[in-house]
Structure formats: structure tokens, C-alpha cells
Design a binder for this molecule. Structure first.
Ligand code: HEC
Ligand code: HEC
Length: 279
């Protein structure tokens, strides 16, 4: 190539990049309104660049470069925003997928079906559902087997757990135990009730089995930051015998607490910030 042609192409490319970058940075609605203005000023800039070059170029080169540049400018103006947004989107998607695959293999993954009720990564926002995030893996595993075998009763979890293989149960338990637990709901407003619950929890030594910060351990699951509705349902189920703790510890414990104490306890527990202790 001749020097002039190289220069012309370089300038045209620079103009195109500036054009595409400007378009790409504008919000989509603004883009649609200004697209014609940009088209005009972009084309003008390219023509001016070509004009200033034309003294050095031969006529066929000039025509060739003009045609190519116009084609490129049109394509970039039309596709530039989409290309750039598309590029950023693909970038974000790539990040998401590498994280996703690191967590359990390619799409689709079985834990995605749990998100409907248990939230993304096992951390729901609805206090009626159990948070699975950060729960000790052996606990999750034992509960899924209990649902599958009808030892723990749930219309929703029973059939679902029965359809899982042992290997799937193991990998689900492993996956959820690795997720970071959070407080399911915004802390309750009744400070007096929470204080009363704190007294019950201290007096009954819940921490002995539920681990430091009540965030789960080898002897019991995390109860800190679980939803208030879920906690109350479970404590009442233990108290009334609908849910059986194989060790009977929880049935005995819940039986000792009055209805008022149960309400205060769950109000307190739901306001606690859980820690990642389970592995
Ligand atoms: C349609 C809603 C729904 C879906 C989907 C669902 N669950 Fe559940 N899950 C529940 C309900 C409701 C309970 C509480 C049952 C009870 O009252 O004892 C529960 C409880 C559990 C528990 C016990 C939690 C604890 O703290 O004791 C585990 C473990 C669990 N589910 C795992 C899963 C897994 C794994 C999936 C996906 C494969 C899943 N669930 C999908 C509704 C659902
Ligand atoms: C002696 C040990 C022990 C003590 C003390 C104890 N728990 Fe538990 N708790 C357990 C075990 C074990 C389970 C799991 C039972 C099962 O496998 O079904 C459990 C389960 C629970 C659950 C259900 C969690 C879930 O995700 O479904 C709640 C709520 C709970 N305990 C609250 C309490 C509170 C509140 C106290 C104190 C007042 C307490 N526990 C004291 C051993 C204990």
C-alpha cells in the first residue's frame, strides 16, 4: 500500500472508533434521538479527513477509500451501539458463567430449581422459606433424606426430594453449604420482644448445639437470620410432634417453651446476622 492510503485508512478507522465509542456510551433512548445527528457529524468528520488527504492521493485510491469508509461508517453507526452493548453484555455473561460453572458444572444445574422458594444461592427474601445458604452440608443432606423417606412431612419437599438421587443430594448439600448466609428479612421492629427472646435463647443454651453465633455447627443447623415465619412454624411443629428430631432434643426443647416465648425467640433469632461457619 502507498503511504497515503495507509494514512487515509488509519484516519477513517480512528473516526469510526470515536463514533462508535460516543454512541456506545450514550443511554439507549438518547442514542435513538441523537443517532441522525451523530450520523451527520460523523460522516462530516470522515469527509473532512479525506479532503485534507486528497491532495496526496491518487483519484482511484480516493474513490476506493471513500466508498469503503462510507460503508464502514454506515455499518458502525447502525451496529456500533449494539456491538458495544452486546460486547459488554457478553463480557458480563462470561463472568457469570465462569462463576456458575465453578459452582457446579454447566447449565442447567439442579440447584436453580430450588431458587423459586429458597432464593438465589439458597438465600430467600421471604421469611416463610428456609434459607439453605451456609447451612452445614450434613444437615441439608439429612433433611433431604428425611423428606424423601417421609420422616419429615412437607407437601412441597416430599415429592421433590424423593426424585433426587443420593449423588444429587450430596452435591446440592455441598453447593448450598458453600454459599454466604445473610439475614433473610429486615430485623423486626419490636425491640422489647427481641430482648425477651434473647433471654430465652441464653437461658436455654441454644448455642450449645446451634454453634457460635447460632450460625450452625456439627450438632445443629444455623438458626440466626432465618425468617421469622419459618422459625415459628418449625418450633411449633417440634412442639406438637409433627416434626421429629431424630435425637428428640428439639422436641423436648420446644415443649419447654410457652407460645409467648416461642414468638419472642423467633423475633430475636430472625434479627441476627449469620456468620459463614459451615463448610
Ligand atoms: C415449591 C417450593 C420449594 C422448592 C422449589 C424447593 N423447596 Fe425446599 N422447602 C420448601 C418448604 C416449604 C420447606 C419447609 C418444609 C417444612 O415445613 O418442613 C423446605 C425445606 C427445605 C429444607 C429444610 C431446610 C431446613 O432448614 O430444615 C431443605 C434442605 C430444602 N428444602 C432443600 C431444597 C432443595 C435442595 C431444593 C431444590 C432441589 C428445594 N428445597 C426446592 C419449599 C421448596
Ligand atoms: C441439644 C442440642 C440442641 C439444643 C440445646 C437446641 N437445639 Fe435446636 N436443633 C437441634 C437439632 C439436632 C436440630 C435439627 C433437628 C433435625 O434434624 O430435624 C435442631 C433444629 C432446630 C430448628 C429448626 C431449624 C431448621 O432450619 O429447620 C430450630 C428453629 C431450632 N432448632 C431452634 C432452637 C432454639 C431456639 C433452641 C434454644 C431455645 C434450640 N434449638 C436448642 C439441636 C438443639
Amino acid at each position: 500500500m502507498k503511504r497515503a492510503t495507509v494514512l487515509g485508512v488509519a484516519i477513517a478507522a480512528a473516526a469510526l472508533m470515536a463514533l462508535a465509542t460516543n454512541l456506545g456510551h450514550e443511554p439507549w433512548s438518547a442514542q435513538r434521538f441523537s443517532i441522525f445527528g451523530t450520523l451527520r457529524s460523523g460522516r462530516l468528520a470522515v469527509l473532512q479527513a479525506l479532503q485534507s488527504l486528497s491532495f496526496a492521493m491518487k483519484r482511484p485510491f480516493l474513490i476506493g477509500t471513500t466508498v469503503i469508509t462510507a460503508g464502514l461508517a454506515a455499518a458502525a453507526t447502525l451496529l456500533g451501539p449494539e456491538l458495544l452493548t452486546g460486547y459488554r453484555f457478553m463480557d458480563a455473561l462470561d463472568g457469570y458463567y465462569s462463576d456458575y460453572e465453578a459452582n457446579g458444572g454447566p447449565w442447567p444445574q439442579i440447584q436453580d430449581s430450588c431458587a423459586l422458594c429458597h432464593g438465589v444461592r439458597g438465600q430467600p427474601r421471604d421469611g416463610q422459606y428456609a434459607a439453605l445458604a451456609g447451612q452445614p452440608a450434613p444437615y441439608i443432606e439429612s433433611q433431604l433424606h428425611a423428606f424423601a423417606q417421609g420422616r419429615r412431612h412437607s407437601a412441597q419437599m416430599g415429592p421433590l426430594a424423593a426424585s433426587l438421587t443420593d449423588a444429587q443430594i450430596k452435591s446440592l448439600a455441598d453447593y448450598f453449604s458453600r454459599q454466604t448466609p445473610e439475614t433473610t428479612e429486615a430485623p423486626g421492629q419490636d425491640a422489647a420482644l427481641a430482648k425477651q427472646g434473647k433471654v430465652v435463647v441464653a437461658a436455654r443454651g441454644c448455642i450449645a448445639c446451634h454453634g457460635e453465633n447460632l450460625s450452625g455447627g456439627p450438632l445443629g443447623p444455623r438458626i440466626a437470620g432465618q425468617g421469622e415465619g419459618y422459625l415459628l412454624d418449625q418450633l411449633q411443629a417440634f412442639k406438637q410432634g409433627q416434626r421429629q428430631d431424630p435425637t428428640q432434643a428439639m422436641n423436648a426443647m420446644a415443649g419447654l417453651l410457652s407460645e409467648d416465648e416461642l414468638k419472642a425467640t423467633v423475633h430475636y433469632l430472625s434479627s441476627l446476622a449469620p456468620k459463614s461457619t459451615a463448610r
